[in-house]
Design a protein around this ligand. Structure first.
Ligand code: IVH
Length: 686
């Protein structure tokens, strides 16, 4: 009996759909699920099968287009000349094949050598820059090769892109190149993302693409994107006779051109260059995934033209995927500064492309479940873009008997508290932000920061210093620091004056308004605005705490009340409940309350001014306009500048003018300053 082979038409359609899905993930969302090598293998399988059955080409042929259609949200720009892709080769034989094809196409003798330029293949995203009369007019991503996304505003924030070319520039010219991030900048960006609780980028390429494709150019400006220029698109006149001279032109116009680019006389020189760059790869500041070889003479390039989606005159010789197999010895869980639990595979150390790899991130529990990684499994390790080792998958045949499915912990391995996962997130987090050693430094910093309690002199550096010295372990310790004043004064870089100043600043913040206190706790999703809502709704620390403890019970009155506060959605309510569900947090909160005076807020619920629109006019006697405005807002009112039919009350001070008259005319109720104060409640905000 023969094993049944899958129906080739169905198999081709399946592969085409699979490739289309990965194209969309990679180009459209900057979030690939598989490695480049896996993608290349998928395409190779598709092409091989199509080679056997050319009549079965699927309607949605992945080879018919490149990239992905431009994303919604960006205007589309048509490239004056399509932006194409490159064919790949993986070994010297296929490379020589490419050269032979060129010779045959041009009718050259088999022993003629066609001069080339070799350039590192930068692993970033390609961009098309249009210049008219020597000035940068717009720029677009590749998109589907015909229409790209207009990212001009973002490109203008990149220093490597000249605004003006030299006087010798053609009237119209498209310049193409690769936008990328260095490996170091990528790691720094991810560290910042992690600290801010934002999503991490998988590799420098995704980080560069995500940074460029921002709706807000200010975000792009904050990312150190770089450009290497390497190709010519449409041009009203040919700017140079050879590619090497074209690169010189680009340099003269102020572009950065990869300094490793090199003219190569023949295939032997190319093979030597390939080996040289493979050696240098790990030490380069940016990721490269191969070398691009281009025919040097531009008139030959023009004669060679394109076949399908790729030029005949260029080829990408990719580096072999740097892979190795090894065993997962253990799976450990790291806890980040924001409490995120990240699983890490501890591997039997193995060399991958010249680097010893002994650990690899498993990202999150969904990833572990999807690929079913288990302790004892033999896995394929790959160095993606040279920076971060990735686990490609499990070698199923080598699974030891009895290897058990990995159960993701629901407790923090650092402090033992509950670790929970929000419904809309892949990440599980430790709920004990206040005293979990992995998170507490971040919380201490936040607590003392300007937007929270604003403790002068207790900035990030000092927090780290005191934490390491054992002076600060948890938030309440802050208020005990004055008892260690002599010890602090004796520390290097301190002295009696600074230590005394710090003590004074800390004592001054023992009294804090409830909303600042709630915000300072650093509960996820409780920013300044939500803290204010909670403070105004519950009024005092004691009633807030009591209500939150009661709200842990699903369906309780307290839970319903929490959900009924305008602006507090279910996700926010859940974060609060998770926080109060952890007894360690409540203990810290109580310890803080014992050391501080948390001032009551004016409750807005049912208050006479809640939701009302107020206008002030004339000179108030007991307070300034600003203070009156703050009191009105604290009581839940809105302050408007002019009187209209929507106005509920006009507060009239001495020498009131036309606004008082207007109020009378419209029949709006007029309040005296005393009336207003009585309605706003006696205890105003601090
Ligand atoms: S030339 C028509 N040169 O590789 C040829 N491309 O796989 C246009 N790439 O879309 C491309 N470094 O994003 C060229 N030195 C280089 C390159 C390079 C990286 C990228 C580019 C292109 C992709 C094709």
């Amino acid at each position: 009996m023969t094993a049944s082979r899958p129906d080739p038409a169905a198999e081709l359609a399946r592969l085409a759909a699979e490739i289309a899905r990965h194209d969309a993930l990679y180009h459209g969302q900057d979030a690939p699920e598989i490695s480049d090598a896996e993608y290349d293998a998928l395409k190779a399988r598709y092409r091989a099968l199509l080679g056997e059955h050319p009549e079965l080409r699927p309607a949605e042929d992945p080879d018919a287009h490149v990239g992905a259609p431009p994303a919604e949200g960006f205007a589309k720009l048509r490239h004056a000349e399509p932006m194409l892709s490159l064919d790949n080769v993986f070994d010297a034989g296929a490379f020589e094949e490419w050269q032979a094809r060129i010779r045959r196409f041009l009718g050259l003798a088999p022993d003629t050598q066609v001069a080339m330029v070799g350039e590192p293949k930068i692993d970033g995203l390609s961009i098309n820059l249009t210049y008219r009369d020597g000035r940068f007019v717009h720029g677009a991503t590749r998109g589907d090769g015909i229409l790209g996304e207009d990212v001009t505003a973002n490109l203008r924030t990149i220093a490597d892109i000249p605004r003006k070319l030299g006087d010798d520039a053609p009237d119209l010219i498209e310049i193409r190149g690769e936008i990328f991030l260095t490996k170091t900048d990528f790691l720094a960006l991810n560290a910042a993302q992690e600290a801010a609780g934002e999503k991490l980028f998988a590799n420098p390429r995704n980080a560069a693409a995500g940074s460029l494709r921002q709706k807000d150019a200010a975000i792009t400006a904050s990312r150190p994107l770089k450009l290497f220029a390497y190709a010519l698109g449409a041009a009203s006149r040919r700017p140079a006779p050879t590619h090497a001279e074209w690169l010189d032109r680009l340099r003269a116009w102020g572009f950065s051109v990869n300094p490793l680019s090199r003219p190569l006389a023949d295939a032997a020189a190319a093979a030597a260059f390939q080996a040289e760059l493979a050696d240098q790869r790990a030490g380069l500041a940016y990721d490269i995934d191969g070398v691009v070889y281009k025919v040097d003479a531009l008139d030959l390039q023009a004669r060679l033209g394109f076949v399908g989606r790729a030029p005949r005159w260029a080829i990408a010789w990719k580096f072999p995927a740097e892979q190795a197999t090894t065993r997962i010895n253990r799976i450990t869980i790291q806890v980040g500064r924001t409490g995120a639990l990240t699983p890490v595979a501890e591997l039997e150390p193995v060399g991958v492309g010249g680097v010893l790899v002994s650990r690899a991130t498993l990202h999150n529990e969904d990833e572990i479940a999807r690929k079913d990684f288990r302790v004892g499994d033999t896995v394929i390790v790959q160095r993606a873009g040279d920076v971060i080792p990735q686990l490609v998958g499990v070698v199923a045949e080598k699974r030891p008997p009895g290897a058990e499915k990995f159960v993701f912990p629901d407790h923090c391995p650092v402090c033992g508290s509950h670790a929970v996962r929000a419904a809309d997130e892949a990440v599980r987090r430790c709920t004990n932000g206040l005293s979990c050693p992995a998170q507490v430094q971040e919380r201490l910093r936040h607590f003392a920061s300007r937007a929270a309690l604003d403790i002068e002199g207790l900035g990030e550096k000092t927090v780290v210093e005191f934490f390491q010295a054992g002076l600060l372990e948890s938030l309440p310790d802050i208020f005990d620091l004055p008892t260690h004043e002599a010890e602090i004064a004796a520390r290097e870089g301190w002295g009696a004056v600074s230590a005394a100043n710090l003590s004074r600043a800390i004592r001054a913040r023992r009294a804090a308004p409830l909303e600042k206190f709630i915000f300072a706790l650093g509960i996820r999703r409780i920013g300044e605005a939500n803290a204010k809502l909670l403070a105004r709704h519950y009024g005092s620390l004691a009633s807030w705490e009591q209500a939150m403890l009661a709200a842990r019970e699903v369906g309780s009155d307290a839970r319903l009340e929490l959900g009924s506060i305008a602006g507090i959605g279910p996700a926010i309510a859940q974060e609060l409940v998770d926080f109060f569900d952890e007894a360690r947090n409540v203990a810290v909160l109580d310890a803080l309350a014992a050391r501080m005076h948390v001032q009551d807020a004016v409750r807005t619920e049912g208050g006479q001014l809640a939701g009302k629109i107020l206008v002030f006019t004339g000179t108030l006697e007991r307070m300034t306009r600003d203070e009156a405005g703050a009191r009105a807002e604290a009581a839940g009112a809105k302050v408007a500048k002019s009187v209209s039919r929507k106005t509920d009350f006009v507060v009239v001070g001495a020498e009131a003018g036309s606004k008082a008259a207007k109020a009378a005319e419209l029949g709006v109720r007029v309040l005296s300053e005393d009336d207003f104060l009585a309605m706003a409640g006696a205890s105003g905000p601090a």
